[in-house]
Ligand binder design. Sequence first.
Ligand code: PMP
Length: 464
Amino acid sequence: SETQLPKEETLRLRNEHLGSLTALYFRENPLKIIRAERQYMYDEEGNQYLDCINNVAHVGHCHPAVSEAAYQQMTQLYTNSRYLHDNLSTYVKRITQLFPDPLTVCFLCNSGSEANDLALRLARAHTGGSEVITLFGAYHGHIQSTIDISPYKWKNDMADKPKYVHVAPNPDMYRGPHANSASPGRDYALEVKKIIDTIKLDGKQLSAFIMESLQSCAGQVLPPPGYMTEAFRYVREAGGVCIADEVQVGFGRVGSHYWGFETQDVIPDIVTIGKPMGNGHPIAGVITTKAIADSLGNIVSSYFNTYGGNPVSCAIGHAVLDVIEDEQLKKNAQEVGEYAVKELQKLELKHKIIGDVRGMGLFVGIEIVKNRSTREPGTAVANEIHRRMKNRRIIISVDGAFDNVLKMKPPMCFSRSNVDHVVWSLDEVMSEIATSDVIKPLKPSTGTSHLEEVNVSHLSAATN
Ligand code: PMP
């Protein structure tokens, strides 16, 4: 439009005045997106992009019911939670009713990081413990307390690990120490127990075990059956609490259930939620038991959060839940997600670079490998697929500890024809790559392809 800056100017101003490490997709040729609706985004020239990764625009970008709720409440009242307001009281009732007993109370805040920080504080207040167990590859937020428990972000790997943090292998059924075990759920849970034993030997007390119910940044990792049940049992036996981070995977994304932890048939002590909760408006929360919530009083005099629980955020939260119900988006996630996995598995039969296809609802991962038998990660090829899909105006992402897992976690209105479009395009891109230089060694003596020499930065594609 006439009021738009030229794209080069938008980029120049950003480069000059925004912190240089601020993540940007496709840094070599970034997209300028000026409008979006449903699962489609539009650039400054009006080109349409299919959005396969925005799990914040949960009920669809700029859903009119959500925008209208925000607008109406903005014209009425915007205050903090120190006054009574029906939006707050009815929202906390409604959101906690979506959880099993005894998870009956919540705190509201503004981001997933804040929610996880509060969850860690609640755990400490309740248990008196100091030690926290997290999973390899995990990401739980951008503030100090959550970076501490996010191996995904540690620049110097274990050298950046604070002493009170312990890292258990993530329950990965494709790669990792128990991938080939007959009972991976039990064996991965025993890894948590081993850590608990060392904590005890050191004379320390466990505070919390935190995990995403399905790991996203770690590469769309679905835990094996029984994992959470057994790991939670060990944690509770040691006096710790179990935190399920549902910031990415909550609100029906898994299709069969509202929350990811329900697929493992457990009830956490604390659950954190965010991203999709406000469809882009910053609202997040911590759901827990009355006893744990009350124990916050052991360490602070009160909980106050300037924006958390304001009437506008709560109106938006209600509208998002309305749309999920009215448009049956959970059911859509289940049906379209199952279809996506089935179609991608057909692609797996054709393209050797696909090592694994996995998913639950609209949470899907495709492992790209150099070699199916060694399962060596195909990082450069995954990143090349990501770039080529963008050139076809389809936005997917690449993530995981080895930056080789193609990810899809689209708005929940994603359709079967969107899946067909993605699968057909992936098929073409993978065929192109198979016949190009990309996976043919440039120097046969070393076996290194020219793409391996390109610096594939995590920042370019990661979607945390
Ligand atoms: N937990 C998980 C699992 C996340 O994916 C993220 C964000 N990607 C966060 C926490 C942090 O949320 P926020 O960026 O809203 O602080």
